[in-house]
Design a protein around this ligand. Sequence first.
Ligand code: PMP
Length: 361
Amino acid sequence: MTRHYNFCAGPAALPAPVLERAREELLDYQGRGLSVMEMSHRSPEFVAIAEQAEADLRELLAIPDNYRVLFLQGGASLQFSMVPMNLLGQGGSANFLYTGIWGKKALAEAERLGFPVHLAGTSEPSGHAEVPRPGQIALSADAAYLHYTANETIGGLEFDYIPEVEAPLVCDMSSSILSGPLDVSRFGLIYAGAQKNIGPAGLTLVIVRDDLLDRARAPIPSLFDYRGLAEAGSMVNTPPTFSWYLAGLVFQWLKHDIGGLAAMDAINARKAAKLYAAIDASDLYSNPIAARSRSRMNVPFVLADARLDTLFLDEADAAGLLNLKGHRSVGGMRASLYNAVPEAGVDALIDFMADFERRHG
Ligand code: PMP
């Protein structure tokens, strides 16, 4: 069996030790004679899995006690509507920073539901090549919160700072959560789809400060209500149990195999730095993002001659470097370097790119 290097933007690579552990436990979870997929979510075994996952996540991110952690469904996209439904019940408008496709979708969804929105800042003038500076962010007087996308997965644009504003900060961290340490206390609410740095698809993480649980616009469906979900331990209905369990294994891997988020941060910094350095040193490859706004997780790049794209992708695939095709809306290439992509994978990609350039550049 060979596991190739997978640069997919999501669902993305999972750590091999996590998959091995899941395989070991697949048919018979810890001597119980059944798999996690076949357990009641209310069984003592699953409740223990769920509680351990939350405890490990809290430890990894040093989540303060006045924050709730929710394990939900619906993807990050459902949070585009759940956030305004839950936070705008007492009036005010949703403020947004627009730095790419995902932030725009979040804004469009709030608008679609009839909520007042305000554009508080954008990277549009730079062609989404540089995040707005703090002085370029201006909230409306009635801002109930400011929403932004920490890392734009398609554009490859990442905030290098946490905005400091009067209103609670709401952040879509789908493609950057757990890539390094984070000061959760700076945020009102953080959400992330699982299928990049957390685990398999089907699970969505929400970390929300207690005082934001009582601002919902009534009535909203009970499955969308943070307060009710928090009180029910994210089990208003059947949660995605197997994804939750696998996320728990990923948290264990981060703690014990990697050594925590500071260690993960150092690895991620090295991985991204060497790939950008290789791109910048080449005549064939280029990345348009300003140095300070470059994403550590998603590295888009184009070839000087787009006629080579298909050959590049075919040869990469044959060399065991998978899923380097850029998002369908922008084309080109994209290498996603999430936590589970090992440094050796980035080294192999850089070697391949140099070799391809020598032969075709
Ligand atoms: N936000 C960001 C930053 C994303 O990268 C994605 C998915 N790629 C989403 C939201 C949407 O996530 P989901 O498919 O889980 O709804």
